[in-house]
Design a binder for this molecule. Structure first.
Ligand code: ANZ
Length: 866
């Protein structure tokens, strides 16, 4: 940098140092190293068309500070960035304008990269990844294949949002208040072929694994609740008039069986049709139709009024033979437990409301403790545990004992078994979209599938799960064959149109040449249906799976790809995995508490189980940055007009000021409002640092800083205090208090008459992780080789923190007249002599005789005089 530049000019300094870092690859991670490793992971962004948001640099600055700190402490650091670039907006834009989503994505990525680089983050850009690049999604597909092989993928009909006007399946976020977001058309639930991942097979592991993680408690609690383990029992109720049919219910409270006064089955329950008596058929059918239009969330909302229909059928309570009416109601979900319940209105709030609404009996069977009179009975519903009443032989038992005994007794008769249920549902892993990873499967007829199984040297066989994956495709039951790893990536084909197919399938279903292929039953190779060379009997007709993967797929394993981004033989090579293992810290928003953070754990556990990875948990330490609100204290949003654009801030104040400001706003985890005005405070601080070190006339280091100058004890003390505080605060992610301490330090420097160059350098090093551009510049002007981020982190000297002076109060007749600072070594005689000659004491002694001289060491001198 030319030294004639004498003022603090971020617009000149910042691009200069950014270029320097890029040219010198200052922040590239070493692939083999003796040094200890440090891997900091940011949640990579979705490169949206609206560009970087002011919330992004908050978490990114935090990891950047940590990484620069770790470099200075001699670590081999991995700090990567990439793009989570599949997603709905690019596809919606393509539908509207015909622009290929790949093009939109490329432009958005370029814009994001440019914006991020302007803030001076120390990323290793050689490791940049993009989930939409075939080199990347080849491995996303490869992981899917492993899951397929291990029986963790299956195909099922599952409800999705269908809009009959748009002839399209809508994503949850495209449905607003029960209407399509585009056009406000009615939507309904419709069953479609879906590829599903068996995450429930990992429910127990995902729950237990949480224990050892250094994560925010709130996030752990959310995952625990989402997994939702609950112990209970499944109990069979015989159905009156249908001696061969049993209604199986799930309950966590078998102790309340005597209080069951009605049963509820979900509207979609397969028994509804069979049970429903003739006179109730129409009403039940109408109710089922209405329920199909509601989401699970609407149905289980406690605040909503309960609804239901009597089916006309009765169940027999296995404990006492009572006839209990069977209703259908949408507060019972088909997807949980068995999709049927015994309702105990005295002890369950939802059942209580329902019973009141439909005037069904309410029988209390549990009381908190034995009651002397009915007046002491608790208000209903009472959902706690207690002592059983009105329960025949079980009366008087505690809830816990009764649960066990009732289940054991019924189990003997073959009508109950203890079970564990999870709220966690299998993961619907398919989307009827173009802009996603194609799912690497094809569908063949049953005879062809059986031939693949019988072909003894078939490569396909090794990838077939124990249980065949089947589905109705083209109106016929078909069998799934995988696209083998050697034939990956399965690229997204070019298309003319991104419009939905109109049948609910993805736009890929409309590309006939891609859809209809041949597969070789021996090698798994795939070719076009009309390929003349595919004429041996090993080649059979197949239809490709047209679903693509959800946006969550690519983000499940990106932390692994950064370790070895260019490896074409493996998703991550064992050597790279051994060096980097898992991120030492993961910083990102709390909004990902369940989906992304649970899915990524699932994949990581699975890859560990099949021996690809060496440990089960991906993110040992997780931290959520708080949301930055608009100036008005509201969430930033385009419609409120309170969005702050980081480009504007960098242009007007500089990247260093932006970084410092975002860290100074408050604790990293807190939610805090933005204030463009207070960013000025950061600019003033940086100018103060600049002008303290640089003579703005000459552009050189000020004369007060030199190798020969001596730093006075007070300045040294504050500097060493700052080294200690900043070091500890960075490690504890308390960046705001670290910055306050740096401010204290520069104020002290200003007061000092002069100080030694190494002390100025130490200060620059401490500030460098926060404001790297200005510090690189100062570091160089102080006569050092760049880069400051690689210079060894300063250590504090504890002896400098010890006070070698003390404050002594001078008094005359008990009245304080002065306070002086003296050496701790001072003798009694010297201090008394000093006091007698003190200009502020002298006037009070004139004409008086000193009667007594009192000295309390370390505290005061008092003259009694008259
Ligand atoms: C009788 C009972 C009595 C219940 C009582 C609760 C209290 P968790 O803890 O969430 O697992 N339930 C079971 N399957 C259901 C479904 N598919 N849809 C809606 N509710 C369902 O809750 C289990 C309880 O939720 C079960 O225990 C059942 O109601 C209900 F005093 O059975 B209970």
């Amino acid at each position: 940098m030319p030294t004639e530049c004498s003022d603090y000019l971020p617009a000149e300094i910042e691009p200069h140092w950014q270029n320097f870092w890029e040219r010198n690859q200052t922040f590239s991670a070493e692939n083999s190293s003796e040094k200890a490793k440090y891997y900091a992971l940011d949640m990579f962004p979705y490169p949206s068309g609206s560009g970087l948001h002011i919330g992004h640099p908050e978490g990114y600055t935090a990891t950047d500070i940590l990484c620069r700190f770790k470099w200075a402490n001699g670590f081999n650091v991995l700090h990567p960035m990439g793009w989570d670039a599949f997603g709905l907006p690019a596809e919606q834009y393509a539908i509207k304008t015909g622009t290929h989503p790949a093009l939109t994505t490329r432009q958005n990525v370029e814009n994001f990269r440019k914006q991020i680089k302007k803030i001076g983050f120390a990323y290793d850009w050689e490791r940049e990844i993009n989930t939409t690049s075939p080199d990347y999604y080849k491995w996303t597909q490869w992981i899917f294949l492993q899951m397929f092989k291990h029986g963790l993928a299956y195909v099922d009909e599952k409800p999705v949002w269908w809009c009959d006007t748009l002839k399209a399946v809508l994503a949850n976020e495209e449905v607003v208040d029960g209407k399509s977001e585009v056009g406000g058309h009615p939507v309904e639930r419709r069953n479609l072929r879906q590829v599903v991942l068996r995450i429930t097979a990992y429910a127990e592991k995902l729950l237990n694994g949480l224990e050892g993680l250094d994560w925010p408690d709130s996030t752990k609690r959310m995952q625990t609740a989402w997994i939702g383990r609950s112990e209970g029992a499944e109990i069979d109720f015989v159905i009156d008039q249908h001696p061969d049919e049993k209604l199986r219910i799930f309950t966590t409270r078998p102790d309340t069986l005597f209080g069951a006064t009605y049963m509820v089955i979900a509207p979609e329950h397969p028994l509804v049709e069979k049970l429903c008596t003739e006179d109730h058929k129409d009403a039940v059918k109408a109710y089922q139709d209405a329920a199909s239009k509601k989401s699970d969330l609407d149905r289980t909302d406690l605040a909503k009024e309960k609804s239901g229909e009597f089916t006309g059928a009765y169940a027999i309570n296995p404990v006492n033979g009572t006839r209990i009416p069977i209703w259908i109601a949408d507060y019972v979900l088909i997807s949980y437990g068995t999709g049927a319940i015994m309702a105990v209105p005295a002890h369950d709030e939802r059942d209580f409301e329902f019973a009141e609404q439909f005037s069904l009996p309410i029988t209390s069977v549990v009381e908190p403790k034995p009651q002397k009179s009915t007046a002491d009975s608790p208000r209903l519903p009472y959902s706690g545990k207690g002592i059983l009443i009105n329960s025949e032989n079980y009366t008087g038992l505690s809830s816990d004992d009764a649960k066990q005994k009732i289940v054991a007794d019924l189990a003997q008769k073959g009508s109950a078994e203890a079970t564990v249920n999870f709220k966690l549902r299998d993961w619907i892993f398919s989307r009827q979209r173009y802009w996603g990873e194609p799912i690497p499967m094809v569908w063949v007829s049953r005879p062809d599938f059986e031939r693949a199984l019988d072909t003894h040297d078939s490569d396909l066989k090794a990838y077939l799960p124990g249980e065949a994956v089947t589905s109705i495709v083209d109106g016929e039951l078909k069998y799934a064959l995988p696209v083998l790893p050697q034939h990956l990536p399965l690229n997204l084909p070019e298309t003319e149109s991104y419009q939905p197919s109109g049948t609910g399938e993805s736009p890929l279903a409309t590309i006939d040449s891609w859809l209809r292929v041949k597969i070789n039953l021996k090698t798994g190779a795939i070719c076009a249906a009309n390929d003349p060379s595919a004429n041996s009997p090993d080649w059979v007709s197949a239809v490709r799976e047209t679903n693509t993967m959800p946006q969550w797929a690519g983000s499940c394993w990106y932390h692994l790809r950064y370790m070895d981004p260019k490896n074409s033989d493996a998703m991550v090579g064992p050597k790279a995995e051994q060096i980097w293992q898992t991120p030492d810290i993961y910083i990102g928003g709390a909004e990902h508490a369940v989906l992304h953070l649970l899915y990524a754990r699932f994949w990581h556990h699975f890859l560990f189980d099949i021996g690809v990875l060496s440990q089960p948990e991906p993110y040992k330490r997780l931290f959520h940055q708080g949301i930055i609100l608009g100036e008005d204290g509201q969430k930033m949003s385009k419609s409120r007009g309170n969005v702050v654009n980081p480009d504007d801030i960098v242009r007007d104040f500089g990247a260093d000021a932006l970084r410092l400001y975002e860290m100074f706003l408050g604790p990293l985890e807190a939610m805090k409002p933005w204030s463009t005005q207070s960013i000025q405070g950061m600019v003033r601080f940086l100018k103060k640092v600049w002008t303290e070190i640089i003579d703005t006339e000459t552009g050189r280091v000020k004369a007060k800083i030199s190798d020969s100058a001596r730093t006075d004890p007070e300045t040294a003390k504050i500097l060493h205090q700052t080294i200690k505080t900043v070091t500890e605060d960075i490690e504890g992610l308390r960046f705001n208090t670290a910055i306050s301490q740096l401010m204290v330090c520069i104020n002290r420097f200003q007061k000092a008459e002069g100080y030694a160059t190494p002390d100025a350098e130490r200060f620059v090093q401490l500030l460098a992780p926060f404001a790297p551009h200005i510090c690189e510049e100062l570091w160089e002007r102080l006569g050092n080789q760049p880069s400051v981020s690689k210079a060894k982190w300063p250590e504090f000297d504890p002896s400098k923190l010890v006070e070698d002076s003390m404050k002594i109060v001078f008094q005359v007749n008990g009245k304080t007249r002065n306070v002086v600072s003296v050496s701790k070594e001072i003798t009694k005689d010297t201090i008394l002599d000093m006091a007698k000659k003190d200009p502020k004491i002298l006037p009070h002694l004139s004409g008086q005789t000193i009667r007594r001289e009192i000295y309390v060491p370390g505290k005061l001198v008092n003259f009694v005089a008259n």
